[in-house]
Design a protein. Structure first.
Length: 94
């Protein structure tokens, strides 16, 4: 349940930012995703143990990348894309 609340909150911030053109919401979403990354919230997510959590981890990366693109944090975008690519490869391995 907690993961759903996180996803809903982050989507709300992104939506509000796009709807109002205010960067405050984007900055808040960025801080939120950066905290998740800094705390390694999804570090234990693996396909074998909890595939549902692994899917949420992939969504987190995609959303964080979108926020970084909108804030023009291109260096971080490159890092996140590399991490996302690695996570996708891990997820799709059989």
């Amino acid at each position: 349940m907690y993961e759903e609340e996180i996803a809903n909150y982050s989507l709300l911030l992104i939506f509000c930012s796009l709807r109002t053109s205010e960067t405050n919401y984007l900055n808040e979403a960025y801080s939120f995703y950066a905290a998740i990354r800094g705390r390694a919230y999804y570090s234990r997510a693996c396909k074998e143990d909890r595939p549902d959590l692994m899917v949420k981890k992939l969504r987190y990366y995609a959303r964080f990348i979108v926020v970084c693109l909108l804030l023009k944090k291109m260096k971080l975008v490159r890092e996140l894309v590399i991490e996302l690519e690695r996570q996708i490869q891990e997820y799709t391995q059989t």
